[in-house]
Design a protein around this ligand. Structure first.
Ligand SMILES: [Zn+2]
Length: 354
C-alpha cells in the first residue's frame, strides 16, 4: 500500500514542479504603440512612433518590466487599449527629440501625475545635450524639465494641486528622473532592472539620435528608431546604420522605422531628398536584418502609411501601398525571417505561447 502512495506523492511533486517551471517561463512582448511616420497631419487615427517592451513570465503575463520607447501622438491612448496604465511604466527611452517621437510624452506623464504623483519616479533615458552644426541645442533634459510649462502658466497645475495633494506642486516634471548619456559608437549599458539590460549606440538621423537594445532571458529586441547611415546621402552602399547593425547582431527582433523606396528622388513623390535619405529603406533594413541573423523584423513609422495616397505634402507615386508592397521591398533585401508590417498595436511575443 505504501509504495503506490510514495509514487503518487512523487508524481504530484513532479507535476507541481513542472507547472511552477512552466509558469515561471520568461517571456517578452513587443507592441507597436504607434506606427505613423513623420511630422504630418494625422492619418486614419494612427498614433505616432512608439514601442512598448514588456518582460516577465507567464504567471504575470510578461508584466514585471514595462519599457516605452518613444512616445509620439496617441501613445497613452494605445497603452489604454491594452490595459497598460502609464503608472505601470518603469522607464521611457527617447531615440531623438523629433516631435513625432515625443509629443505624446506630456499626456503620458500627466495622466500619471493626476493620481500617482507620490509614487516611484519614472526614468527617462535619452542622450545628453548636443549642439547642432547650425548652433542650436537639442536637449532632452530641457524637454523633460519644461514639458508642462504651458499648464503651469495657465494655472492648471496649481489648480489641480490645490485639490489633490498627490498632484505635486511642480507638475509632471517632478515625476521624472532623467538619465542622460553621451552616445557612443559602441554599445553602452544605459539602464537595467533585474534580468533586463538596455544598451544604446549613437546613430545618425538628427543630432543626438540613439538606438537601443533590450536583452532579457526571454530574448532580445533592438529599437532602431529613425537611424540611417552616417553618410546622409548617396553614394553609400546602404541607407542603414552600421552602428545599429552591430548593436543588432543576433537580436531576435528588430523594430525599425522605414521608408518605401517608391518615395525616392526621381520616382515622382517630390519628397525633399534630405528627408528621404535620412530614413532607412525597407530593402536595406531587410538586408541588415538578414546580416544580423534576426528572426523577426517589425516595420514601424511607415512612410508612406498603408493605404495613403500622400505623405503630406508629398504624393505617393502610382497607387497607395499595401502590406504586400512593404513585404516585397524587405524580401528584395534578402530577409528570410518573419516580417511584421506595423499597424498600431501589432504585437510579438517571445517565446510563443504553447
Ligand atoms: Zn520620426
Amino acid at each position: 500500500m505504501k509504495r503506490p502512495l510514495i509514487a503518487l506523492a512523487l508524481l504530484t511533486a513532479w507535476l507541481m514542479l513542472a507547472v511552477t517551471t512552466a509558469q515561471a517561463a520568461p517571456c517578452l512582448i513587443v507592441t507597436l504603440t504607434g506606427t505613423h511616420g513623420g511630422p504630418q497631419q494625422p492619418f486614419k487615427g494612427l498614433a505616432s512612433a512608439g514601442t512598448l517592451v514588456r518582460y516577465g513570465d507567464d504567471a504575470n503575463n510578461c508584466g514585471i518590466v514595462k519599457l516605452q520607447f518613444d512616445a509620439g501622438r496617441g501613445t497613452t491612448m494605445r497603452l489604454s487599449q491594452i490595459g497598460v496604465g502609464t503608472e505601470q511604466l518603469s522607464a521611457v527611452f527617447f531615440t531623438h527629440m523629433h516631435g513625432d517621437h515625443t509629443e505624446g510624452f506630456l499626456d503620458l506623464v500627466s495622466s500619471r501625475w493626476a493620481f500617482h504623483g507620490t509614487g516611484r519616479k519614472i526614468d527617462v533615458v535619452c542622450s545628453s545635450d548636443v549642439v547642432a552644426s547650425q548652433g542650436f541645442i537639442i536637449s532632452c533634459r530641457n524637454f523633460v524639465a519644461h514639458m508642462a510649462d504651458a499648464f503651469i502658466q495657465s494655472g492648471e497645475i496649481a489648480q489641480r494641486h490645490s485639490e489633490v495633494k498627490e498632484r505635486t506642486a511642480g507638475g509632471p516634471a517632478d515625476l521624472v528622473n532623467t538619465i542622460a548619456f553621451d552616445p557612443k559608437d559602441d554599445p553602452q549599458l544605459v539602464w537595467s532592472s533585474g534580468d533586463v539590460r538596455v544598451s544604446a549606440v549613437r546613430s545618425t538621423h538628427i543630432p543626438g539620435h540613439v538606438s537601443y537594445r533590450v536583452d532579457t532571458p526571454a530574448g532580445s529586441v533592438v529599437i532602431g528608431g529613425d537611424a540611417v547611415n552616417d553618410a546622409l546621402a548617396p553614394p553609400r552602399s546602404h541607407s542603414t546604420s552600421d552602428q545599429v547593425e552591430r548593436l543588432a547582431k543576433g537580436a531576435d527582433i528588430i523594430v525599425h522605422s522605414v521608408i518605401h523606396p517608391i518615395m525616392g528622388p526621381g520616382m515622382g513623390s517630390d519628397m525633399y531628398p534630405y528627408a528621404y535619405y535620412r530614413q532607412g529603406t525597407a530593402t536595406d533594413i531587410g538586408a541588415m536584418a538578414q546580416r544580423d541573423g534576426s528572426k523577426y523584423l517589425m516595420l514601424t513609422h511607415l512612410i508612406p502609411s498603408l493605404g495613403a495616397d500622400e505623405q503630406y505634402p508629398f504624393k505617393v507615386p502610382g497607387r497607395p501601398l499595401t502590406e504586400a508592397d512593404y513585404r516585397k521591398a524587405v524580401q528584395d533585401g534578402g530577409f528570410t525571417g518573419t516580417i511584421i508590417v506595423g499597424t498600431d498595436l501589432a504585437s510579438l511575443r517571445l517565446p510563443a505561447k504553447q
